[in-house]
Design a protein around this ligand. Structure first.
Ligand code: NAX
Length: 328
Protein backbone atom coordinates (compact mmCIF):
# COMPACT_ATOMS: atom_id res chain seq x y z
CA UNK A 1 0.00 0.00 0.00
CA UNK A 2 1.22 3.53 -0.82
CA UNK A 3 1.48 6.14 1.95
CA UNK A 4 -1.90 7.90 2.20
CA UNK A 5 -2.17 11.33 0.63
CA UNK A 6 -3.55 13.87 3.12
CA UNK A 7 -6.30 16.12 1.78
CA UNK A 8 -7.65 18.96 3.91
CA UNK A 9 -10.97 20.52 2.99
CA UNK A 10 -12.54 23.58 4.58
CA UNK A 11 -16.30 24.11 4.48
CA UNK A 12 -16.59 20.32 4.37
CA UNK A 13 -20.21 20.28 5.54
CA UNK A 14 -21.33 22.67 2.80
CA UNK A 15 -22.95 21.93 -0.56
CA UNK A 16 -19.72 21.71 -2.54
CA UNK A 17 -18.09 19.60 0.17
CA UNK A 18 -20.95 17.13 -0.04
CA UNK A 19 -20.34 16.59 -3.77
CA UNK A 20 -16.57 16.66 -3.45
CA UNK A 21 -15.84 14.27 -0.61
CA UNK A 22 -17.21 10.94 -1.88
CA UNK A 23 -15.40 11.37 -5.17
CA UNK A 24 -12.06 12.05 -3.49
CA UNK A 25 -12.59 9.13 -1.09
CA UNK A 26 -13.48 6.80 -3.97
CA UNK A 27 -10.04 7.11 -5.58
CA UNK A 28 -11.29 9.01 -8.62
CA UNK A 29 -8.96 11.96 -8.08
CA UNK A 30 -5.66 10.60 -6.79
CA UNK A 31 -5.72 7.13 -8.31
CA UNK A 32 -7.21 3.72 -7.76
CA UNK A 33 -4.18 2.55 -5.72
CA UNK A 34 -3.73 5.73 -3.65
CA UNK A 35 -5.15 5.71 -0.10
CA UNK A 36 -6.52 9.04 1.12
CA UNK A 37 -6.69 10.57 4.59
CA UNK A 38 -9.31 13.31 4.83
CA UNK A 39 -9.03 16.21 7.24
CA UNK A 40 -12.34 18.03 7.27
CA UNK A 41 -12.52 21.56 8.62
CA UNK A 42 -15.65 23.42 9.65
CA UNK A 43 -16.54 26.33 11.88
CA UNK A 44 -18.24 25.37 15.18
CA UNK A 45 -21.83 25.84 13.88
CA UNK A 46 -21.07 23.42 11.02
CA UNK A 47 -19.63 20.64 13.19
CA UNK A 48 -22.95 18.84 13.77
CA UNK A 49 -23.68 18.64 10.05
CA UNK A 50 -20.09 17.59 9.46
CA UNK A 51 -20.57 14.68 11.87
CA UNK A 52 -23.40 13.52 9.59
CA UNK A 53 -21.18 13.78 6.53
CA UNK A 54 -18.53 11.70 8.29
CA UNK A 55 -21.17 9.05 9.09
CA UNK A 56 -22.13 8.92 5.42
CA UNK A 57 -18.50 8.63 4.29
CA UNK A 58 -18.05 5.74 6.74
CA UNK A 59 -21.22 4.15 5.41
CA UNK A 60 -19.74 4.17 1.89
CA UNK A 61 -17.03 1.76 3.15
CA UNK A 62 -14.51 3.16 0.65
CA UNK A 63 -11.54 0.78 0.39
CA UNK A 64 -9.12 3.67 -0.18
CA UNK A 65 -10.33 5.95 2.62
CA UNK A 66 -7.65 5.54 5.28
CA UNK A 67 -8.92 7.95 7.94
CA UNK A 68 -11.16 10.95 8.56
CA UNK A 69 -10.49 13.76 11.02
CA UNK A 70 -13.29 16.29 11.53
CA UNK A 71 -12.22 19.45 13.31
CA UNK A 72 -12.71 23.16 13.76
CA UNK A 73 -9.05 23.63 14.73
CA UNK A 74 -7.00 24.85 11.78
CA UNK A 75 -3.67 23.32 12.81
CA UNK A 76 -5.30 19.94 13.34
CA UNK A 77 -7.15 20.34 10.07
CA UNK A 78 -4.11 21.17 7.96
CA UNK A 79 -1.72 18.81 9.77
CA UNK A 80 0.42 17.07 7.15
CA UNK A 81 -1.81 18.21 4.25
CA UNK A 82 -0.47 17.46 0.76
CA UNK A 83 -3.49 19.19 -0.78
CA UNK A 84 -5.61 21.89 0.87
CA UNK A 85 -8.94 22.70 -0.76
CA UNK A 86 -10.21 25.96 0.72
CA UNK A 87 -13.92 25.82 -0.02
CA UNK A 88 -15.54 27.33 3.08
CA UNK A 89 -16.30 31.02 3.22
CA UNK A 90 -19.11 33.31 4.26
CA UNK A 91 -21.71 33.94 1.51
CA UNK A 92 -22.65 37.45 0.47
CA UNK A 93 -25.84 38.54 2.25
CA UNK A 94 -28.40 41.14 1.23
CA UNK A 95 -27.12 44.66 1.75
CA UNK A 96 -23.50 43.54 1.96
CA UNK A 97 -21.02 45.42 -0.21
CA UNK A 98 -18.21 43.59 -1.99
CA UNK A 99 -15.78 45.39 0.30
CA UNK A 100 -17.58 43.98 3.39
CA UNK A 101 -17.43 40.46 1.97
CA UNK A 102 -13.75 40.87 1.11
CA UNK A 103 -13.04 42.03 4.64
CA UNK A 104 -14.98 39.21 6.36
CA UNK A 105 -13.63 36.40 4.19
CA UNK A 106 -10.21 37.98 3.95
CA UNK A 107 -9.69 37.60 7.69
CA UNK A 108 -10.57 33.90 7.43
CA UNK A 109 -7.90 33.41 4.78
CA UNK A 110 -5.23 35.16 6.88
CA UNK A 111 -5.65 32.50 9.59
CA UNK A 112 -5.87 29.66 7.09
CA UNK A 113 -2.70 30.75 5.25
CA UNK A 114 -0.79 30.97 8.51
CA UNK A 115 -2.05 27.56 9.68
CA UNK A 116 -1.16 25.92 6.34
CA UNK A 117 2.37 27.29 6.63
CA UNK A 118 2.71 26.01 10.22
CA UNK A 119 1.10 22.59 9.82
CA UNK A 120 0.87 21.32 6.24
CA UNK A 121 3.32 18.97 4.52
CA UNK A 122 6.38 20.44 2.80
CA UNK A 123 4.88 19.73 -0.63
CA UNK A 124 1.43 21.21 0.11
CA UNK A 125 -0.53 22.58 -2.83
CA UNK A 126 -3.60 24.75 -2.34
CA UNK A 127 -6.75 25.37 -4.36
CA UNK A 128 -9.05 28.18 -3.21
CA UNK A 129 -12.71 27.82 -4.20
CA UNK A 130 -14.42 30.03 -1.59
CA UNK A 131 -15.29 33.45 -3.00
CA UNK A 132 -13.94 35.94 -3.79
CA UNK A 133 -11.48 33.16 -4.61
CA UNK A 134 -8.69 35.06 -6.40
CA UNK A 135 -8.28 37.60 -3.63
CA UNK A 136 -8.83 35.04 -0.84
CA UNK A 137 -6.00 33.05 -2.42
CA UNK A 138 -3.80 36.15 -2.58
CA UNK A 139 -4.41 36.80 1.13
CA UNK A 140 -3.68 33.21 2.22
CA UNK A 141 -0.56 33.07 0.02
CA UNK A 142 0.83 36.35 1.37
CA UNK A 143 0.26 35.10 4.93
CA UNK A 144 2.24 31.92 4.22
CA UNK A 145 5.49 33.35 2.82
CA UNK A 146 7.36 30.08 3.39
CA UNK A 147 5.26 28.26 0.78
CA UNK A 148 6.34 28.95 -2.82
CA UNK A 149 3.87 31.08 -4.78
CA UNK A 150 3.63 28.39 -7.47
CA UNK A 151 1.71 26.13 -5.04
CA UNK A 152 -1.29 28.48 -4.78
CA UNK A 153 -4.28 28.33 -7.10
CA UNK A 154 -7.80 29.75 -7.28
CA UNK A 155 -10.57 28.09 -9.24
CA UNK A 156 -11.74 29.32 -12.65
CA UNK A 157 -12.20 25.86 -14.15
CA UNK A 158 -15.96 26.00 -13.64
CA UNK A 159 -16.02 29.08 -15.86
CA UNK A 160 -13.93 27.26 -18.46
CA UNK A 161 -16.27 24.27 -18.40
CA UNK A 162 -19.30 26.54 -18.65
CA UNK A 163 -17.79 28.38 -21.62
CA UNK A 164 -16.91 25.13 -23.42
CA UNK A 165 -20.41 23.84 -22.95
CA UNK A 166 -21.93 27.09 -24.25
CA UNK A 167 -19.73 27.09 -27.38
CA UNK A 168 -20.47 23.42 -28.06
CA UNK A 169 -24.20 24.03 -27.79
CA UNK A 170 -24.06 26.96 -30.21
CA UNK A 171 -21.81 25.10 -32.68
CA UNK A 172 -23.83 21.89 -32.44
CA UNK A 173 -20.79 19.83 -31.45
CA UNK A 174 -19.73 18.00 -28.29
CA UNK A 175 -17.98 19.91 -25.51
CA UNK A 176 -14.99 17.56 -25.86
CA UNK A 177 -14.45 19.08 -29.32
CA UNK A 178 -13.71 22.47 -27.70
CA UNK A 179 -10.10 22.98 -26.61
CA UNK A 180 -7.82 25.85 -25.56
CA UNK A 181 -10.60 27.70 -23.77
CA UNK A 182 -8.93 30.15 -21.42
CA UNK A 183 -10.57 32.21 -18.72
CA UNK A 184 -8.58 35.38 -18.09
CA UNK A 185 -8.71 37.44 -14.91
CA UNK A 186 -11.01 37.26 -11.91
CA UNK A 187 -13.62 34.62 -11.01
CA UNK A 188 -16.40 37.20 -11.04
CA UNK A 189 -18.81 38.82 -13.44
CA UNK A 190 -15.84 40.52 -15.16
CA UNK A 191 -14.09 37.28 -16.19
CA UNK A 192 -13.10 37.03 -19.85
CA UNK A 193 -13.80 33.70 -21.61
CA UNK A 194 -11.41 33.83 -24.57
CA UNK A 195 -13.25 32.58 -27.64
CA UNK A 196 -10.61 34.12 -29.95
CA UNK A 197 -7.98 31.52 -29.05
CA UNK A 198 -10.29 28.58 -28.37
CA UNK A 199 -10.58 25.83 -30.98
CA UNK A 200 -13.47 23.66 -32.12
CA UNK A 201 -12.23 20.42 -33.65
CA UNK A 202 -8.81 22.08 -34.00
CA UNK A 203 -10.15 25.09 -35.96
CA UNK A 204 -10.84 28.66 -34.81
CA UNK A 205 -14.24 29.03 -33.13
CA UNK A 206 -15.24 31.65 -35.72
CA UNK A 207 -15.29 28.92 -38.38
CA UNK A 208 -18.10 27.01 -36.64
CA UNK A 209 -19.67 30.10 -35.05
CA UNK A 210 -19.40 33.05 -37.47
CA UNK A 211 -21.79 35.08 -35.27
CA UNK A 212 -19.31 37.62 -33.85
CA UNK A 213 -22.06 39.64 -32.18
CA UNK A 214 -23.10 36.56 -30.19
CA UNK A 215 -19.51 35.70 -29.26
CA UNK A 216 -18.71 39.23 -28.11
CA UNK A 217 -22.09 39.71 -26.46
CA UNK A 218 -24.36 36.96 -25.13
CA UNK A 219 -21.66 34.30 -24.98
CA UNK A 220 -19.45 36.34 -22.65
CA UNK A 221 -22.40 37.65 -20.65
CA UNK A 222 -23.92 34.19 -20.19
CA UNK A 223 -20.64 32.69 -18.94
CA UNK A 224 -20.17 35.65 -16.58
CA UNK A 225 -23.74 35.35 -15.28
CA UNK A 226 -24.08 31.56 -15.25
CA UNK A 227 -23.73 31.33 -11.47
CA UNK A 228 -26.62 33.78 -11.01
CA UNK A 229 -28.74 31.85 -13.55
CA UNK A 230 -28.24 28.66 -11.55
CA UNK A 231 -29.20 30.38 -8.30
CA UNK A 232 -32.33 31.74 -10.01
CA UNK A 233 -33.30 28.27 -11.26
CA UNK A 234 -32.26 26.06 -8.37
CA UNK A 235 -32.62 28.42 -5.45
CA UNK A 236 -29.09 27.40 -4.47
CA UNK A 237 -25.69 28.16 -5.94
CA UNK A 238 -23.94 25.66 -8.19
CA UNK A 239 -22.45 22.82 -6.19
CA UNK A 240 -22.17 19.62 -8.27
CA UNK A 241 -20.55 21.49 -11.16
CA UNK A 242 -18.34 23.49 -8.79
CA UNK A 243 -17.16 20.32 -7.02
CA UNK A 244 -16.53 18.70 -10.38
CA UNK A 245 -14.50 21.69 -11.55
CA UNK A 246 -12.43 21.62 -8.34
CA UNK A 247 -11.59 17.97 -8.98
CA UNK A 248 -10.88 18.70 -12.67
CA UNK A 249 -8.43 21.35 -11.48
CA UNK A 250 -6.61 19.04 -9.06
CA UNK A 251 -6.43 16.22 -11.61
CA UNK A 252 -5.14 18.59 -14.29
CA UNK A 253 -2.50 20.00 -11.94
CA UNK A 254 -1.44 16.45 -11.05
CA UNK A 255 -0.97 15.41 -14.68
CA UNK A 256 0.86 16.61 -17.79
CA UNK A 257 -1.26 18.88 -19.99
CA UNK A 258 -1.15 17.86 -23.67
CA UNK A 259 0.98 20.30 -25.70
CA UNK A 260 -1.94 21.21 -27.96
CA UNK A 261 -4.27 22.24 -25.13
CA UNK A 262 -4.39 24.38 -22.00
CA UNK A 263 -6.64 24.90 -18.98
CA UNK A 264 -7.68 27.80 -16.80
CA UNK A 265 -6.62 28.32 -13.24
CA UNK A 266 -5.77 31.48 -11.33
CA UNK A 267 -2.13 31.58 -10.26
CA UNK A 268 0.25 34.19 -8.86
CA UNK A 269 1.27 36.29 -11.85
CA UNK A 270 4.95 36.26 -12.82
CA UNK A 271 4.42 39.49 -14.73
CA UNK A 272 3.15 37.71 -17.85
CA UNK A 273 0.79 39.70 -20.09
CA UNK A 274 1.62 42.83 -18.07
CA UNK A 275 -0.24 41.60 -14.96
CA UNK A 276 1.30 42.87 -11.72
CA UNK A 277 3.59 40.24 -10.22
CA UNK A 278 1.94 38.28 -7.42
CA UNK A 279 -1.65 39.17 -8.36
CA UNK A 280 -3.71 35.94 -8.41
CA UNK A 281 -5.10 36.03 -11.93
CA UNK A 282 -6.55 33.38 -14.23
CA UNK A 283 -4.47 32.55 -17.31
CA UNK A 284 -4.21 29.72 -19.82
CA UNK A 285 -1.86 27.26 -18.11
CA UNK A 286 -0.17 23.95 -18.71
CA UNK A 287 0.94 21.61 -15.96
CA UNK A 288 3.97 19.32 -15.87
CA UNK A 289 2.18 17.35 -13.09
CA UNK A 290 3.88 19.37 -10.31
CA UNK A 291 3.54 22.97 -11.38
CA UNK A 292 1.25 25.01 -13.61
CA UNK A 293 3.00 27.42 -16.00
CA UNK A 294 1.36 30.33 -17.75
CA UNK A 295 1.19 29.72 -21.52
CA UNK A 296 3.18 32.48 -23.21
CA UNK A 297 2.52 34.33 -26.43
CA UNK A 298 -1.25 33.85 -26.65
CA UNK A 299 -2.37 36.61 -29.06
CA UNK A 300 -5.13 39.02 -28.06
CA UNK A 301 -7.11 41.43 -30.23
CA UNK A 302 -7.88 44.95 -29.03
CA UNK A 303 -11.31 43.61 -27.97
CA UNK A 304 -9.73 40.80 -25.92
CA UNK A 305 -7.18 43.17 -24.39
CA UNK A 306 -9.89 45.59 -23.26
CA UNK A 307 -11.91 42.76 -21.64
CA UNK A 308 -8.79 41.43 -19.93
CA UNK A 309 -7.79 44.88 -18.65
CA UNK A 310 -11.24 45.33 -17.09
CA UNK A 311 -11.02 42.14 -15.05
CA UNK A 312 -7.38 42.78 -14.05
CA UNK A 313 -8.42 46.25 -12.88
CA UNK A 314 -11.04 44.61 -10.66
CA UNK A 315 -8.38 42.34 -9.15
CA UNK A 316 -6.17 45.36 -8.44
CA UNK A 317 -9.13 47.09 -6.81
CA UNK A 318 -9.88 44.03 -4.66
CA UNK A 319 -6.21 43.89 -3.65
CA UNK A 320 -6.27 47.53 -2.56
CA UNK A 321 -9.42 46.85 -0.49
CA UNK A 322 -7.63 44.16 1.54
CA UNK A 323 -4.22 45.82 1.75
CA UNK A 324 -4.35 45.69 5.58
CA UNK A 325 -4.47 41.85 5.37
CA UNK A 326 -1.39 41.57 3.15
CA UNK A 327 1.90 41.55 5.09
CA UNK A 328 4.54 43.68 3.34
P1 NAX B 1 -22.20 26.41 1.62
O1 NAX B 1 -22.70 27.64 2.30
O2 NAX B 1 -23.11 25.30 1.31
O3 NAX B 1 -21.01 25.81 2.49
C1 NAX B 1 -19.97 26.57 3.00
C2 NAX B 1 -19.50 25.87 4.25
O4 NAX B 1 -18.33 26.57 4.68
C3 NAX B 1 -20.50 25.91 5.39
O5 NAX B 1 -20.70 24.59 5.88
C4 NAX B 1 -19.84 26.82 6.42
O6 NAX B 1 -20.12 26.42 7.74
C5 NAX B 1 -18.38 26.62 6.08
N1 NAX B 1 -17.49 27.69 6.50
C6 NAX B 1 -17.75 29.02 6.54
N2 NAX B 1 -16.67 29.68 7.03
C7 NAX B 1 -15.73 28.75 7.27
C8 NAX B 1 -14.43 28.79 7.81
N3 NAX B 1 -13.89 29.95 8.20
N4 NAX B 1 -13.74 27.65 7.94
C9 NAX B 1 -14.29 26.47 7.59
N5 NAX B 1 -15.53 26.35 7.09
C10 NAX B 1 -16.24 27.47 6.94
O7 NAX B 1 -21.42 26.94 0.33
P2 NAX B 1 -20.99 26.13 -0.96
O8 NAX B 1 -22.09 26.12 -1.94
O9 NAX B 1 -20.37 24.85 -0.56
O10 NAX B 1 -19.89 27.13 -1.56
C11 NAX B 1 -18.64 27.34 -0.92
C12 NAX B 1 -17.91 28.50 -1.54
O11 NAX B 1 -17.62 28.24 -2.91
C13 NAX B 1 -18.68 29.83 -1.52
O12 NAX B 1 -17.79 30.85 -1.14
C14 NAX B 1 -19.06 30.02 -2.97
O13 NAX B 1 -19.21 31.40 -3.29
C15 NAX B 1 -17.85 29.43 -3.65
N6 NAX B 1 -18.01 29.07 -5.07
C16 NAX B 1 -16.95 29.25 -5.87
C17 NAX B 1 -16.96 28.93 -7.21
C18 NAX B 1 -15.77 29.12 -8.08
O14 NAX B 1 -15.91 28.86 -9.29
N7 NAX B 1 -14.61 29.54 -7.59
C19 NAX B 1 -18.21 28.40 -7.82
C20 NAX B 1 -19.15 27.79 -6.85
C21 NAX B 1 -19.27 28.53 -5.55
O15 NAX B 1 -20.17 29.59 -5.73
Amino acid sequence: MKTPIVVSITGAAGQIGYSLLPRIASGLVFGSDQPVSLRLIEIEPGMKALAGVVMELNDCAFPLLESIEATSDLDTGFDGANWALLVGSVPRKAGMERKDLLGINGKIFVGQGQAIERSAADDVRVLVVGNPCNTNCLIAMKNAPGIPAERWHAMTRLDENRAKSALAEKAGCHNRDVTRLAIWGNHSSTLYPDFENALINGEPVSKSIPDTAWLEGDFIKNVQQRGAAIIAARGLSSAASAAHAALDTVMTLNSVTPADDWHSVAVASDGSYGVEEGLVCSFPTRSNSHKASIVQGVPMSEFGKSKFQLTVNELLEEKSMVSDLLPK
